[in-house]
Design a protein around this ligand. Structure first.
Ligand code: ADP
Ligand code: MG
Length: 711
């Protein structure tokens, strides 16, 4: 994307609002740009000044005698539209709008106005409400953060300005190397998706690191992440349960933005950082080291304690320590005293010096079993941390392998210094074993993403026309919820198995249908107003005879009448009784940023109390759905626990993927879906309850038809 080069690698920068007041942000931006060593042209613009910070100042951007790649806009919000217009006329390529006072304070209108003006001239906008941009290779600090970050290969993009300034300073402490640091602000124009795309093409960047509060255009974000050739690590802040209270479906109440973001990160192959420290630690590892291409993690240590801490962390972060093979143990044994431990963690003992570290690391890395290595060192009285560090580096170099290594030194100043020396030599160092293992786990997560076969979604052959007809009729009738029979017809049209059934208008009907299906049957109330049928006494199961069917019909009608005297009753749905099996739930919500999503979990208390569910953004393949099934905590139950036979996991994945196609195809019509329960067997499954809630915005425009035609 060439056009963004003008913004992120500008040859000339104008600062509109270059104040003479040293305390003003406009002035600071100008000073920072000069101080940082930027070699491009700098044009201060200020109608009241002829000179600022020793540079000639222009009264308007129009007066600048040269081409301007970007303009930093540091004037009060109300003047930004006029300045944008001028910049457009001048032919400025991009704007970095530092000014605040836009959508973040409810002035969406002003923000839109500015974007529209910029579009007219083909200008792209970063912001508004940003700190600015920093480009280390160009030595360009076009921001009001006081100095450039520690140089390196990570593009760090932050939605929080204050945090960006703080992280900038912190990079020098942790030695996390940064190529570009970008404050993304309100994302009126350029958003995370655009920047992921751009930094994929930037030769100075090896890893993309994100601090996210909320994305705009979730689909674009997801697609650019999916297509990224570079690792992405993201910290998502904010765990609001947006819309949960208002949601009409069970799935809706479980959605919350956290689960949806987790889904997007998995599908976008983004490593999710658990907190700010992790974001830094993992950014460093991903920038300096190759991905871990297998699950075998070896730990080498000189102290049992840190070995145990690392082992605990390894289990927590999904790279549990396994026993090393015998030949590797024999190799390790050569680098330790009699009382050492060659198992994993390899304990070289407190007697270990540089020689033991160097030898064991070299042998371990060369051994094919080892996919990743974490080296731990406790400072001792007789060893010099710097000497150990140099040994580690030499062994790593000598081994010549493309496997990741991470190091933790626990100790004092000398250890920290030695660790920083390691970082300068391309080996990630951390002060705690926990952090070193967590960083290695990020390399493993990224490695797994790379190993995942392409799981592109291939649409199933379905009866879309049928669904169009059902939804069309519902819309014409002004309905916001499909009845169970309608919802099941929709499911069946997309190949999800539902029990046989038919609507009965009276007792005789009920008996006739029950006989044709064959006893036992289940009977349920059908009414658009009664969404939770059991609560209304509207569900009778295990009906075994004509008499029972008649009785059930009467009781269901009476119960419904009592529950809601105003409810319109369509009749009683008589259906095949599905045999006992494992209850699961499949559902969907339409997320404001990511669009239709699909949820899967076990039913009953698992969903009610444990909220053991997982989401994906629709549509997605059966393979992706299989991952969903495997990642819920209750997966063991489906695999067959306590002598139970395993359940048909393939059938679940098929149904979940088909539902993802349904909600994607009808994303403009369907708001939420609940299939609860879906009963799963050794072979196959049955969707015994189905609920589809429609988007109502569309319905309001239609005059509802009389009810009899709508039944
Ligand atoms: P609601 O969720 O609206 O109360 P459901 O249709 O889910 O109503 O029915 C309530 C319960 O009855 C289900 O959770 C399930 O245990 C049982 N059930 C419903 N339909 C069937 C069926 N066709 N076969 C077997 N059990 C069923
Ligand atoms: Mg139900």
């Amino acid at each position: 994307m060439d056009s963004l080069d003008a913004i992120f690698k500008p040859k000339s920068v104008a600062i509109v609002g270059a104040s003479r007041d040293p305390k003003a942000i406009g002035h600071q931006c100008l000073q920072n740009l000069i101080k940082s060593g930027y070699q491009g042209k700098i044009y201060p613009v200020n109608p009241k000044a002829d000179e600022v910070a020793g540079l000639k100042c222009y009264h308007s951007i129009m007066e600048v005698p040269d081409e301007v790649d970007i303009a930093l806009i540091v004037v009060p919000a109300k003047y930004v539209p006029a300045v944008t217009e001028e910049c457009g006329k001048k032919g400025v390529k991009g704007l970095v709008i530092i000014a605040s006072g836009f959508s973040e304070v409810g002035r969406e209108d002003l923000e839109r106005e500015v974007v529209e003006i910029a579009r007219k001239y083909g200008m792209r906008i970063l912001g508004p409400n940003v700190v600015g941009i920093m480009n280390n290779p160009l030595k360009m600090n076009a921001s009001f953060a006081p100095y450039l970050p520690y140089p390196g290969k990570a593009a760090l993009i932050s939605q929080s300005g204050a945090l960006l300034i703080a992280m900038d300073a912190r990079t020098w402490i942790d030695k996390v190397g940064i190529s570009h640091m970008i404050s993304i602000g309100n994302m009126a124009d350029l958003n995370f998706g655009d920047l992921i795309e751009y930094f994929n093409g930037d030769e100075d960047t090896k890893v993309i690191s994100l601090y996210i509060e909320g994305v705009k255009d979730g689909r674009k974000f997801l697609n650019s992440a999916k297509n990224s050739k570079k690792p992405i690590v993201a910290l998502k802040a904010g765990v609001s349960k947006r819309g949960a209270a208002a949601a009409a479906s069970h799935t809706g109440s479980l959605a919350g933005s956290t689960k949806i973001y987790e889904a997007a990160f998995k599908q976008g192959h983004i490593v999710q950082a658990e907190n700010l420290n992790a974001l830094f630690d993992e950014t460093m590892a991903l920038a300096l080291q190759p991905p871990m291409r297998g699950d075998n993690l070896l730990i080498i240590t000189n102290g049992g304690g840190v070995g145990v801490l690392a082992t605990d962390a390894a289990e927590k972060y999904g790279v549990p320590i396994k026993d090393a093979p015998d030949d590797l143990k024999l190799l390790m044994f050569r680098h330790m005293p009699e009382f050492g431990n060659p198992k994993n963690p390899v304990d070289l003992t407190g007697m270990a010096d540089r020689e033991q570290y160097e030898g064991s690391i070299r042998d371990a890395l060369k051994h094919e079993w080892v996919h990743g290595l974490v080296v731990l060192y406790c400072e001792t009285s007789f060893t010099d941390p710097q000497n150990i560090a140099e040994g580690i580096y030499k062994a790593y170099k000598d081994s010549g392998v493309n496997k990741p290594i991470a190091v933790s030194f626990v100790g004092g100043e000398r250890s920290v210094k030695a660790g920083q020396w390691l970082i300068e030599h391309g080996i990630p160092y951390y002060s705690s074993p926990h952090a070193a293992v967590r960083a290695m786990s990020a390399l493993r997560i990224y490695g797994r993403y790379l190993e995942k076969a392409s799981k592109e979604f291939v649409p199933y052959k379905v009866n879309k026309k049928k669904v169009e007809a059902i939804l069309g009729k519902a819309r014409a009738c002004g309905k916001s919820v499909l009845t169970e029979p309608e919802a099941k017809e929709v499911f069946a049209a997309y190949g999800l198995p539902v029990p046989k059934g038919k609507l009965a208008k009276n007792e005789d009907d009920a008996v006739k249908i029950a006989r044709s299906i064959g006893y036992p049957v289940v009977m349920k109330i059908v009414s658009p107003q009664i969404i939770h049928k059991s609560d209304a006494g509207g569900v009778k199961v295990n009906i075994k005879s004509d008499d029972e069917a008649r009785k059930a019909f009467r009781e269901i009608m009476e119960n419904a009448e009592r529950y809601d005297p105003h409810a319109e009753i369509m009749g009683v749905y008589v259906q095949e009784m599905a045999p006992w099996g494992t209850e699961t739930i499949i559902g969907s919500v339409n997320d404001p940023q990511f669009g239709p999503t699909v949820m899967f979990g076990l039913g009953g208390i698992f969903v009610e109390i444990l909220k053991d569910v997982t989401f994906r953004i629709a549509p997605f393949s059966k393979d992706e759905a299989l991952d969903m099934v495997k990642e819920i905590r209750g997966y063991g139950i489906l695999k067959g626990a306590r002598g139970e036979k395993p359940r048909d996991i393939e059938a679940i994945a098929d149904a979940v993927s088909r539902l993802s196609q349904l909600v994607w195809d009808f994303r403009n019509e369907i708001k939420e879906v609940d299939a609860n329960p879906v009963i799963v067997y050794e072979k196959g499954l049955s969707v015994v309850d189905a609920r589809i809630i429609l988007k109502t915005e569309k319905v309001t425009k239609v005059t509802p038809k009389p009810l009899d035609k709508c039944g």
